[in-house]
Write a protein that binds this ligand. Structure first.
Ligand code: FES
Length: 284
């Protein structure tokens, strides 16, 4: 008697996900193959492919992750690990405009926290939440390397520099009303899905968009101008032990004196007469 043989798959479990409609699948597959062909190793195309599927649904769905895994020969676990690591990939549907308020240290002290609080109240949403009309998703974001223009708000990754609670409120009102708003620099604003397609590596066909992007603002270039000698070189703090005008070392005046935090403190190891440690707390 012959035993029935059963096929056993040792592959990773498949992510349960509905398939794309046939037309969407055909279109995305053609685009994905174009992206993959740019890389010597297909798995290197994962980041742009995640943007591509995000351009379809506005977020990286389970269907999108399964699609990327299939096209790149990866497991869904590998794709999920990448998609959940980077904050530029949304995990659920969001608004047409992703409004990110930088609340990292510099922006926060320059007004980022106040802007974020004002927008939460004005829009009636919390962090990573979307307005009922589906227009705006609000989030607080970490430093966007635009600290020289703090506090910074980004909409679909375009910069709105030197914001205030009032200007940011006006900005979201204009977006909700469907009016055109101009970023402080870079390409004109487009919808979240359109932005995702550009990030996937497809050309931005809008007139003037490519020419407008990439320019650094004056605040970003001050260091470069200083290095080239195109700006006067003011030194506001003299190096320790030098006079402010580069003369001989001198005893620091009371106003230049080192902070007590900079001075070496006596410890039980360095002060054998007091093995239990300093005899008085700082400030006593
Ligand atoms: S701290 Fe906000 S852009 Fe750097």
């Amino acid at each position: 008697m012959t035993e029935a043989r059963q096929e056993v798959s040792l592959g990773m479990p498949q992510l349960p996900a509905p398939a794309y409609p046939a037309e969407v699948r055909a279109r995305l597959e053609a685009d994905a193959k174009e992206v993959i062909a740019r890389y010597p190793d297909s798995r290197s195309a994962l980041l742009p492919l995640l943007h591509l599927v995000q351009s379809e649904e506005g977020y990286v769905s389970r269907t999108g992750m399964a699609f990327c895994a299939e096209l790149l020969g990866l497991t869904t676990a590998e794709v999920t690990a990448v998609a959940t690591f980077y904050t530029m990939y949304r995990r659920r549907a969001g608004g047409d405009y992703q409004v990110g308020v930088c609340t990292n240290t510099l922006c926060a002290v320059m007004g980022g926290d106040a802007i974020f609080d004002r927008l939460k109240e004005h829009l009636g949403v919390g962090n990573d939440e979307t307005t009922e009309d589906g227009k705006i998703t609000l989030e607080h974001i970490e430093c966007n390397a635009a600290c020289d223009f703090a506090p910074v708000v980004m909409v679909n990754w375009e910069f709105f520099d030197n914001q205030t609670p009032e200007s940011a409120t006006h900005l979201v009102d204009e977006l909700i009303a469907g009016r055109t708003v101009e970023p402080t620099r870079g390409a004109p604003l487009c919808s979240y899905k359109e932005t995702a397609r550009i990030l996937a590596g497809f050309p931005d066909e809008r007139p003037g968009a490519v020419e407008a992007s990439g320019g650094a603002g004056p605040a970003s270039l001050i260091g470069l101008r200083l290095a080239k000698g195109e700006e006067p070189h003011p030194r506001v703090v003299a190096p320790r032990g030098e006079s402010p005008r580069g003369g001989r070392p001198h005893d620091p005046s009371p106003s230049e004196h080192l902070s007590s935090h900079d001075a070496p403190q006596q410890t039980s190891a360095s002060d054998p007469d007091h093995p239990s440690g300093p005899t008085a707390e700082e400030g006593e």
